[in-house]
Design a protein around this ligand. Structure first.
Ligand SMILES: C[S@@+](CC[C@H](N)C(=O)[O-])C[C@H]1O[C@@H](n2cnc3c(N)ncnc32)[C@H](O)[C@@H]1O
Length: 274
């Protein structure tokens, strides 16, 4: 990211020598916020799994459609987006506030570079609010009790919890089900969960290569199949049709041909807390 807008003023805790998932994802999406180490690993992965870019774009598009559904049809006005990623097009507040200008959004990520770019996420419509906190999904209590979160979001009103393309970075030993239960436990009935998750179901060899590449750089990625993902994320919730499907198949905007399941490799779903 020698070319990044904040390259000259990087906080000391940003380690540019090791690849980071947020910056690799940004690279796949065609963004500008990545360093040589990120590009190197991303390219290594693309050499074995050329569809990684397609997967990233399909995932991002799913997130946009899910937010449009929530802000529109479901009438949701508050969003808690954990694992935000680097600012790119169609951030949650942009999509939600285009439908409901008063929508309030709190962004959460644990990558210091996302924090360095957070100002771009705070361009709220005057009627709404946005905030950013630097926190880790593995400490959900710290997130829901954070004063900035409590100031922007009213926990007596429904909130859409967004865990989009982050749960596959939480191995079983970090108790992802308990993390989700803890977060949802803080939200009232009528709240929603939006989640997506990488799978190896349609391309085991490709995922294994990707997983190994991530692992060699200290990033743990864990695939889950659709059944495991559905159970982990949506147990006890009411899934919105069409349920847990490949992200490309979740309420597509038009009937044009979509990439193959192996190219997409990410499941997604939206569910309501009863
Ligand atoms: C693949 S990006 C997804 C970005 C966005 N949610 C989307 O789907 O377009 C994953 C993001 O999760 C963040 N992340 C990974 N593990 C995390 C953790 N334990 N706590 C908070 N953020 C985390 C990464 O820094 C990265 O920004």
């Amino acid at each position: 990211m020698e070319d990044s807008p904040v390259a000259g003023s990087l906080p000391a805790e940003i380690d540019v020598s090791r690849p980071q998932t947020a910056r690799m994802y940004d690279y796949y999406l065609g963004g500008k916020n990545h360093f040589a180490a990120d590009r190197e690993l991303a390219e290594k992965l693309l050499a074995s799994v050329p569809s990684a870019r397609t997967a990233a774009r399909e995932n991002r598009a799913f997130m946009g459609r899910a937010v449009r559904f929530l802000a529109g049809q479901a009438g949701i006005r508050q969003f808690l987006d954990i694992g935000t990623g680097l600012p790119t097009t169609n951030s949650v507040h942009e999509v939600a506030q285009a439908i409901a200008p008063a929508a309030r959004v709190v962004y959460v990520d644990n990558d210091p570079l996302v924090l360095a770019h957070a100002r771009a996420l705070l361009s709220s419509a005057p009627e709404g609010r946005t905030a950013y906190i630097h926190a880790d999904l593995r400490d959900p209590t710290a997130i829901v009790s954070n004063p900035a979160v409590r100031e922007v979001l009213d926990f007596d009103q429904p909130v859409a919890l967004m865990l989009v393309a982050i749960l596959h970075f939480i191995p079983d030993k970090d108790h992802p089900a308990e993390i989700i239960a803890n977060l949802l436990g803080a939200l009232p009935s009528g709240s929603y969960l939006v989640a997506s998750h990488g799978t190896h179901e349609h391309d085991r060899a490709g995922f294994a290569v990707g997983q190994q590449a991530y692992q060699s750089s200290g990033v743990t990625a864990r695939a889950r199949d659709s059944g495991d993902f559905a159970e982990l994320a949506f147990s006890g919730l009411q899934l919105v049709p069409p349920g847990v499907v490949l992200v490309s198949e979740w309420r597509p905007d038009n009937p044009s041909p979509r990439p193959s399941p192996a190219e997409v490799g990410i499941y997604g779903g939206v569910a309501r807390k009863p």
